[in-house]
Design a protein. Structure first.
Length: 243
């Protein structure tokens, strides 16, 4: 698909989503799934590019850093058109949610209206490297619970796109999130999104209403061990990295 057609494709697809409902679900639980947002062909194109080294700036062996078992690769700028257009356009819909969260928590940050303006803020703090990444897990692969923070500037919401079909391409490998409120045990959430689904979720925390005011509910995410097969996902993070 030509870049201009991709831009129009995502613009129309995003415009037809029920963003009021998405916002309410994000406020309520800190995540939401957009079912079958990507076509099977789009998923396969991204997955099949995994072995094209010219697309990536950095490869990380997760076991080497005790992050889990598997591998991920950070894309280089300029990003592939599909990733670039989605990242740029969906930011505009997520930005009001992020600003509402920070306002409820009495945080001073106001996120700008466009993703380009936000990236300029990242650059002013030395964060200039692309963070969208593709992750590959083999049998036995997993990812420890973590938060994707790459510097002082961060956007509180991110995406993961599922490029493989659970219970067909792989078994196990569920997406795991934890939610923790102050002075309480963590709550675990286990999800099994389908191929083509987009999961939108909180990067570090979401606001939770207390008896008098809102407080931070801390969130982390990871992947449970794969019993068999191979699992690919695409992560889209909106802030850039220092390294």
């Amino acid at each position: 698909m030509h870049p201009s057609e991709l831009e129009k494709y995502f613009r129309e697809k995003l415009a037809h989503l029920d963003w009021q409902s998405i916002s309410e679900t994000m406020h309520d639980q800190g995540f939401v799934i957009l079912e079958k947002f990507f076509t099977e062909q789009q998923c396969n194109v991204i997955r099949n590019n995994y072995d094209h080294p010219f697309l990536y700036r950095k490869t990380v062996n997760m076991q080497q850093y005790r992050f889990g078992i598997g591998e991920y690769k950070y894309f280089s700028y300029p990003l592939p058109h599909l990733i670039q257009h989605l990242r740029t356009q969906i930011y505009c819909y997520l930005m009001p949610i992020a600003n509402t969260w920070f306002k409820l928590l009495d945080l001073d940050t106001i996120f700008p209206e466009t993703h380009q303006e936000f990236l300029e803020q990242c650059q002013q703090h030395g964060q200039m490297k692309a963070t969208p990444l593709i992750l590959q897990y083999p049998k036995g692969g997993f990812n420890t619970l973590h938060q994707d923070l790459y510097g002082e500037i961060y956007f509180p919401i991110q995406l993961v796109i599922f490029l493989s079909q659970i219970n067909t391409d792989y078994h196990g490998g569920e997406f795991v999130m934890t939610q923790q409120i102050p002075r309480a045990q963590s709550k675990a959430i286990v999800l099994q999104p389908q191929k083509g689904d987009v999961l939108i979720f909180a990067t570090q925390f979401k606001p939770e209403k207390g008896t008098r005011s809102y407080f931070r509910m801390t969130m982390k995410h990871g992947v449970s061990p794969l019993h068999q097969g191979e699992r690919y996902t695409l992560g889209i993070i909106f802030h850039d990295a220092v390294s």
